[in-house]
Design a protein around this ligand. Structure first.
Ligand code: FAD
Length: 470
């Protein structure tokens, strides 16, 4: 079979790229290894419970995510965070500490010691970074906000967003807005204050999902793409031809295309680019994605003491909890648990404790029950429990990541027609993946327009030139 474009990998990144390309009129095929598309984005209904195996929220302040939902006709299915989300919680001294959802929340609560709060308040007086080297999030945050805020707030935040460690993540690529605020305003507090005044928005409007969960997004993209999504197809090799590529998919045969988009996890991209684009293959192979495990528990409401009046909680590493964080799913969005029940999710592993994510489902459930008993007063056996192991979790934007990204983004300059997209470029969130995918589709479309305009001869000359290193 021949197509204009083959998209390898049918997660949010691959499906969105393919959808956008198909709407531009290109003949596209998505090749997905699993029996269903969606990748990390997978929602499962179990009676009246709804478990999110991967993502559970979408950033409502992302124009790309909001526009995609609308383009797919899903805006009517969207739901905002529930009214019950009133506080944020962090684990401190072995208990949940509520912090008001307010820009000054950390100064108003007792979660940080008085010296810690005074140090935080003096952030505006800390001089701009003048050093030349790349900083970790921990170095940046300790320099600007002090050690206590870094250990008790920033470290759990990094675990919550990246399943990573502040001592390893690069601030420039992991939190570019923070380092940008420092460079622009000389202070994060000043920059945030100016931004906050310009863009006041209620917390409940910052995140959204759909009535039937995040799985609605890949399910709708797949339905729109119809027969163009081939599941149960593992791509094993990409071969360059004079005018495009041959994609080898084992017993599923060879697919002939003008252009290819690799939208898999980075370790698979590394294998597929081996011998095709060795610089990009090496860069993708260097990106770590430590394992993660997700434990979902449903309880009768009267089994749990805590009001569950927040998104969930995050745990600093020095609190020695098994769980790095949790979500109060039935508070976040409607329809996540039947009437009279609540649902919570616990997250394990990541860069902090990769070996823990490989524990058995039974052990992980026991760990979760024990910690939920201590932290939210969950008593007795849960009505429902389910465990999801992700053997490759989220990509780590560790020191050196910017150079890796440069090598990867230039992939199509070295090998015209070969593109990469995914959660290891500009951020792991669903919203960023969607935005990155639309940008990738535009680049593919530009390549194909040139391909069609100039014909094959020009493309061949470019390929010979790039092969000879010109
Ligand atoms: C537990 C968890 C919680 C998260 N929570 C949130 C959240 O609340 N909000 C948020 O915004 N983000 C969240 N994220 C991040 C977000 O879900 C992911 O970054 C995003 O979904 C990744 O999408 P992707 O398409 O780039 O990659 P993936 O979803 O990994 O898709 C890659 C696809 O490629 C396929 N593939 C691999 N190899 C081959 C091959 N050889 N041939 C064919 N196909 C192949 C895979 O099967 C997979 O379907 C979470 C992630 C996890 C794991």
């Amino acid at each position: 079979m021949s197509y204009d474009v083959a998209v390898i990998g049918g997660g949010i990144s691959g499906l969105t790229t393919a959808f956008d390309l198909s709407q531009r009129g290109y003949k596209v095929v998505v090749l997905e290894r699993q029996n269903h598309a969606g990748g990390n984005a997978f929602s499962e209904r179990m009676g009246g419970f709804l478990m999110e195996h991967g993502p559970s929220t979408v950033n409502a302040q992302s124009p790309s995510a909001v526009a995609l939902s609308k383009r797919l006709g899903l805006d009517q299915e969207q739901c905002d965070l529930g009214e019950g989300v009133k506080q944020r919680y962090l684990v401190g001294r072995g208990e949940l500490q509520g912090i008001p959802v307010h820009p000054l929340g950390f100064l108003l609560s007792n979660y940080l010691s008085l010296p810690g709060r005074l140090r935080l308040m003096s952030e505006f007086a800390v001089p701009r970074y003048k050093g030349g080297g790349e900083e970790t999030v921990e170095e940046f945050s300790t320099r600007r906000f002090g050690k206590e805020f870094t250990d008790k707030v920033i470290d759990p935040l990094v675990a919550g967003i990246y399943a990573g460690r502040a001592s390893e993540l690069s601030v420039a690529v992991g939190f570019p807005k923070l380092s940008g605020l420092e460079q622009k305003f000389g202070s994060i507090a000043v920059g945030l204050y100016k931004g906050y005044r310009q863009n006041l928005s209620m917390p409940s409007k910052r995140l959204f999902s759909w009535r039937d969960g995040i799985g609605t997004l890949p399910a709708t993209l797949t339905a729109k793409l119809g027969g163009r999504v081939k599941t149960g197809v593992t791509v094993r090799k990409i071969r360059r031809r004079a005018n495009g590529f041959d994609i080898e998919a084992g017993s599923d045969g060879t697919v002939r295309v003008k252009s290819v988009v690799i939208a898999t996890q980075p370790h698979v991209a590394a294998v597929l680019m081996d011998g095709v684009n060795d610089t990009a293959a090496a860069a993708a192979g260097d990106i770590q994605a430590p394992p993660l495990a997700v434990v979902y528990l449903g309880y009768k409401r009267n089994q749990v003491d805590h009001p569950l009046d927040g998104l969930g909680f995050l745990a600093p590493e020095n609190e020695d909890q098994y769980m790095s964080g949790s979500q109060f799913c039935s508070t976040m969005f409607p329809g996540r648990a039947p009437e009279g029940y609540v649902a919570v999710t616990g997250y394990f592993g990541g860069a902090r404790a990769p070996e823990l994510a490989n524990a058995s489902a039974d052990d992980l459930t026991d760990f979760a029950c024990e910690e939920f008993a201590n932290l939210i007063g969950a008593k007795g056996k849960p009505a429902i429990s389910r465990v999801r192991h992700w053997h490759r979790g989220l990509p780590q934007y560790n020191l050196g990541h910017q150079q890796r990204i440069n090598d990867l983004l230039n992939a199509d300059k070295r090998v015209p027609g070969l593109f990469l997209t995914g959660n290891y470029f500009s951020g792991p969130s669903v919203a960023v993946c969607a935005s990155q995918a639309i940008a990738t589709s535009q680049r593919v479309a530009m390549h194909l327009a040139k391909w069609d305009e100039l014909g094959h001869a020009e493309t061949e000359i470019q390929m010979v030139a790039s092969e000879s290193g010109l």
